[in-house]
Design a protein around this ligand. Structure first.
Ligand code: HEC
Length: 744
């Protein structure tokens, strides 16, 4: 295939088609590619989402000589509060732009790491300034825009629900943009205030098409979530230019698929939180979406749930629907599409297809002709079991790609239980037996089911890297089962403060902090003794602003917040008589004491018991290794070319156990120099793998895990590779550094 590629290139050159970048198979029918892979001026490197660099100064022959070129510390990490950095920085004309743990935006000399300026969002957001946790959120990158003359240059980036435009020259807000420098993403979402959870935050940057910035957002994942409307704003003024309703309104295509004709008024999510890709030549934006809220019970959202869990192709100019493919019907497993798609030309049956690839948490890659949405390889609708929960109507089939081969294990049974020691094996077997279901797409049940690959994949937001020359896709994957158990929502005595508070807890908090307030030991903290750590005011602040992966809860009324806090702080007093309908005793009405406003959350009869990872008593995954892998998949043939462990537990390797890999967050980048760079592993290492063989060629210890995606660029003839070391997840300490590597 390499051969036919080069023949086509020479053909292209001879016929005078000038392409900046060789476009291999398709030069004779397209005017050359729009994508320039020599820099890193966009999230994921280029708008086709490839995480590819045409730089080859650092290559397989010299990578072992890589040294730290510079280190930048922002000084605002906070381990107690689990701050993180998930940012993939961008480089424009020698300056690196990225974010710190508290979402300050920095400009650094990209060759030396010296700070040019820093913008602190606390200086703009006075309402949140008094709250030290208000800016502990995440963003995965920033956006550069300039006008035709290059006179007007700005960085667009988001801090929670605010999207700022910042002058590139001095780090000050562009006052003519939006509301004195920012767009308020909570506005203009076509729903009546008070009917939904207003939590809205942008976590993956939007994409620029002409003078538009096309944006998705993170919303709550509960049944009352805000709608995940895709929006485009004028990048000069911040004015809203178009919207696409991911839950169609009457008269819009897809509306007819909803049995409940009011669904669009009640339901939310189906949001794009993972980024997009843009076919600039055709003016098509590819938008992956997540599930409709709430994640694990669909009785309130019957049907397939279009356009949730879908890859959408929209006209970038006006948001018009072009095609879609739904990767999970009526999602009951939180199978949001977790990363931006990759636009790549593949050879199929001797024909070049301009394709779009979408990785998933399940470990599948869906591959389509991006002009019309036709699958490149057949995708089979396979039958799956019905739900045993009254009220739930699981969709009878799910789409399974015949190819490309999955990049994560697809089954989990007793033969897969870790045998690290006989004792560990026996303990895990006892746990394993308590969970009834293990097959993929078994609907949630009170008898528990394995979610494997886990809630965080398989694939996650780090996404895939693709080499456009070979159409080989590189993707890291976590292999860890999680346990999903449904329980009836707790019905408690509302006549006491604590009882009423427990109800509020059951409605809003139980999914993450668990039925016994114990959290899950890693990502979700225990609230069992929260009174020893915080007083009422401090808890109110956390609820008002959210923190990292905990959303804000602005929608809970003050009364409900008071009872909730009484419950958390174990206050024992009787419930006071309140104005407006609260009563103190069981006898006073048919729903004693329960006058809390009815919301869609009250129509959800079940809740899950939390996000429970399957770990052994020492904290290692309960499944046999590998626990984290890096994979290469040929998108032409659909074949998995190689799979190697990513990350290591040195203490296990020392005992003679082969390298196991670890859970991983953050993605790879691939270079023309023959390398795949990735950090992502829990052991805090930066790695370089041979892209042809998967051989680990070089690794370097980082101070803190790099749960982010690296960037690479050339300055004055020198290639740098930079990674954010923010830690703060899965038990890792928090960090505040960006570290750049280069040849000496
Ligand atoms: C979507 C999951 C999620 C939900 C729902 C959720 N939380 Fe949290 N919560 C978290 C996470 C994650 C953290 C840790 C945040 C961090 O990184 O500091 C947290 C932290 C907290 C803390 C601080 C704990 C500490 O030790 O510092 C409090 C208090 C808290 N949550 C209360 C609540 C309450 C009350 C509710 C219900 C209204 C709630 N949470 C709902 C995920 C959640």
């Amino acid at each position: 295939m390499k051969k036919s590629g080069s023949i086509l290139i020479s053909f292209a050159l001879i016929t005078g088609i000038v392409a900046l970048i060789p476009c291999f198979y398709s030069c004779n029918n397209s005017p050359g590619t729009y994508y320039d892979y020599s820099g890193w001026d966009t999230y994921a490197g280029s708008k086709d989402g490839l995480r590819y660099s045409s730089n080859d100064q650092i290559n397989a022959s010299n990578v072992t000589q890589l040294k730290v070129a510079w280190t930048y510390s922002s000084g605002d990490k906070d381990t107690a509060n689990h701050t993180q950095i998930q940012c993939n920085p961008i480089m424009i004309k020698g300056i690196l732009y990225g974010t710190t743990p508290r979402l300050k935006l920095f400009a650094l000399n990209a060759a030396t790491g010296k700070q040019q300026w820093i913008f602190d969002p606390a200086s703009e957001d006075t309402s949140a300034r008094s709250n030290p946790t208000a800016f502990f959120k995440v963003t995965r990158g920033v956006v550069f825009w300039q006008d035709e003359k290059g006179a007007n240059q700005r960085i667009i980036y988001s801090v929670g629900s605010r999207t700022y435009a910042i002058n590139i020259s001095d780090g000050t807000p562009v006052r003519s943009f939006g509301e004195n420098g920012y767009i308020d993403l909570t506005k203009n979402i076509d729903r009546e205030a008070g009917t939904y959870n207003p939590y809205i935050s942008n976590t993956t940057p939007g994409i620029i098409y002409k003078d538009l910035i096309i944006m998705g957002m993170r919303v709550s994942e509960e049944a009352d979530a805000a709608p995940g409307t895709i929006r485009a704003f004028d990048v000069r003024t911040g004015d809203l230019k178009w919207k696409f309703h991911t839950i169609p309104h009457p008269g819009e295509k897809g509306y007819e698929t909803w049995p409940d004709k009011e669904a669009w008024k009640k339901l939310g999510s189906a949001n794009n939180w993972a980024g997009m890709a843009l076919d600039e030549k055709r003016g098509i934006v590819y938008v992956p979406t997540g599930s409709v809220g709430g994640d694990f019970y669909g009785g309130i959202r019957k049907g397939q749930n279009l356009y949730a869990n879908s890859l959408l192709a929209l006209d970038a100019e006006n948001g018009k629907y072009l095609w879609h493919f739904q990767t999970v019907h009526h999602d009951l497993w939180d199978r949001d599409l977790p990363a931006n798609p990759n636009l790549v030309t593949v050879m199929h049956n001797g024909k070049a297809i301009e394709a779009v690839a979408q990785i998933t948490k399940q470990g599948y890659i869906f591959l389509f002709d991006r002009t019309n949405g036709q699958p490149v390889f057949p995708i089979e609708e396979k039958p799956f079991p019905a739900s045993d929960l009254p009220g739930e109507e699981a969709w009878p089939t799910q789409p399974i790609p015949t190819l490309p081969e999955p990049f994560a294990r697809q089954s989990f049974g007793s033969e897969d239980i870790s045998d690290r020691t006989p004792e560990v094996h026996n303990e895990l077997m006892e746990q394993f037996k308590k969970v009834k279901y293990s097959a993929m797409f078994t609907p949630p049940s009170k008898e528990s089911s394995w979610i494997f690959p886990g809630f965080d994949g398989g694939g996650e937001w780090g996404g895939a890297a693709v080499d456009p020359a070979s159409a080989i896709l590189y993707i890291n994957s976590t292999e860890l089962p999680w346990i999903l158990t449904m329980v009836d929502k707790i019905k408690v005595d509302n006549s006491t403060l604590r009882g009423a508070g427990q109800n509020v807890y059951g409605k809003y908090c139980i999914a993450c902090h668990g039925p016994e307030l114990k959290g899950n030991g890693s990502s979700f903290p225990s609230l069992a003794e929260i009174g020893k750590k915080y007083d009422k005011e401090q808890i109110l602040k956390i609820l008002g602003n959210g923190r990292n992966m905990m959303p804000a809860f602005k929608q809970i009324s003050d009364e409900d917040k008071n009872t909730l806090i009484a419950f958390l702080l174990k206050e024992t007093s009787k419930r006071p008589v309140a104005k407006g309908g609260f009563s103190t005793s069981r006898e006073s009405g048919s729903t004693p004491g329960h006058q809390q406003k009815h919301t869609i959350l009250d129509d959800v009869p079940y809740t899950m018991t939390g996000y429970n990872r399957f770990l052994d008593k020492d904290g290692y995954p309960g499944i046999k290794p590998p626990w984290g892998t890096l994979n290469a998949v040929d998108l032409n043939s659909g074949k998995l070319l190689w799979k190697v462990p990513l990350g290591e537990y040195p203490e296990l390797t020392a005992k003679g156990i082969p390298v196991t890999g670890t859970e991983c967050y953050g993605g790879p980048l691939v270079t023309k120099g023959g390398l795949v760079f990735i950090a992502a592993s829990k052991d805090a290492r930066m790695h370089a793998f041979d892209k042809n063989t998967g051989k680990l060629l070089w690794q370097s210890q980082l101070p803190i895990p790099g749960y982010a995606t690296p960037a690479t660029y050339l300055i004055d003839g020198k290639q740098y590779v930079v990674i954010a070391c923010g830690g703060g997840k899965i038990g890792s300490k928090s960090g505040d550094q960006y570290i750049a590597f280069a040849l000496p």
